[in-house]
Design a protein around this ligand. Structure first.
Ligand SMILES: NC(=O)c1ccc[n+]([C@@H]2O[C@H](COP(=O)([O-])OP(=O)(O)OC[C@H]3O[C@@H](n4cnc5c(N)ncnc54)[C@H](O)[C@@H]3O)[C@@H](O)[C@H]2O)c1
Length: 306
């Protein structure tokens, strides 16, 4: 029996964003088809400790992620992803921060590929923290970026991220801003990646045709999106139970009547649907589910376990 342990750097070297997107896409389709056992995650200390599990029935494999979260600390996420199987006795333990940014980016890549106009290439990213680089990489993997605007209330963070990404995006015009309301005005794609507790912009600030991803709010008290946008858009979510338990903006919009539960579509269902979703504004809201971590962990297990 062997335990392989992988650091954040080793995870990043082993898995490309493209591989993560493909694995997470298959995972969402499998989730909608009932291929996973996935209990609602355990949340302790109002979200500062999370425990997440997913079991893939057909392969007899399971992933458990345990992490602590502290936005006053760098990195904000610290913890482990543990992979086990019923067939093999070998196990794998990987850095939870690296797996989380990859799989969260990958979900946004899958949704953006499905929902954003084919010619969209102008991204406004709000929140230049730990999740931000993989949000940009994932969108770029499915919609090569002509322009990127990085927005953060702390302009030094926005500038640092712009400098960091520039060598990876030589053909992209990159600028920084500190006011989300004006920065989304000409966006074709928006990514929200902040711990905000009130909407980052008004619906009037957005163009008529735009795709918005929102990963930030994962507690009922948090919100990045205005009700008006949710009322006016095709809204795709990662998983119904998790969203109804944790997504502050969806819960708020359901309470005010801006949304109904029936108007929410799970990503896996949307990916499997024969007919295309309606055009206009689209939103992908994710709180993050254990299947995504399982999907990235499976890539690692395939590469590192014999
Ligand atoms: N959905 C998921 O699967 C998932 C996965 C991981 C993290 N998250 C969440 O995503 C959010 C971002 O995580 P992170 O690790 O990047 O956090 P972080 O603290 O590293 O970065 C957040 C950034 O947002 C900026 N910011 C805060 N409020 C803002 C505002 N109103 N306008 C503009 N910028 C603002 C901050 O200055 C900071 O630079 C958190 O809420 C985290 O819990 C979600």
């Amino acid at each position: 029996m062997q335990t392989v342990t992988l650091s954040a750097d080793e995870v990043r070297e082993a898995v490309t964003m493209r591989e993560a997107i493909n694995a997470v896409r298959d995972g969402f389709i499998g989730l909608a088809a009932g291929e996973f056992e996935m209990p609602t995650r355990t949340v302790m200390r109002d979200g500062q400790f999370l425990v997440m599990n997913a079991h893939h029935r057909a392969s007899g494999s399971a992933m458990t992620k345990t992490l602590s979260l502290n936005f006053d600390r760098t990195p904000a996420i610290a913890g482990t992803v543990v992979w086990t199987e019923t067939r093999r006795t070998d196990t794998l333990i990987a850095d939870a921060g690296a797996v989380t940014t990859l799989r969260t980016g990958a979900a946004v890549g899958v949704a953006t590929d499905l929902l954003a106009p084919a010619d969209a290439g102008r991204l406004t990213l709000i929140g230049a923290g730990g999740q931000a680089p993989d949000q940009v990489r994932a969108v770029h993997a499915v919609r090569p970026l002509r322009e990127l605007t990085v927005v953060d209330t702390d302009v030094r963070r926005a500038e640092a991220l712009a400098r960091m990404l520039a060598p990876e995006l030589p053909a992209t015009r990159i600028r920084t801003a500190n006011d989300p309301e004006t920065a989304v005005g000409d966006a074709e794609i928006v990514c929200c990646a902040t711990p905000a507790t009130s909407p980052l912009f008004t619906e009037e600030a957005l163009p008529a045709r735009v795709h918005v991803n929102a990963i930030g709010a994962f507690r009922p008290t948090m919100r990045e999106l205005p009700d008006g946008l949710l009322a006016d858009s095709t809204v795709v979510i990662d998983e119904r139970e998790a969203i109804l338990e944790e997504s502050g903006e969806i819960l708020h919009a359901l309470k005010t009547g801006a949304l109904t539960e029936a108007s929410l579509t799970e990503l896996g269902t949307a990916l499997s649907a024969a007919e295309a979703l309606p055009g206009g504004r689209t939103v992908f809201k994710t709180v993050g589910v254990a299947m995504q971590d399982w999907a990235v962990a499976r890539i690692l297990a395939d590469k590192f376990l014999t």
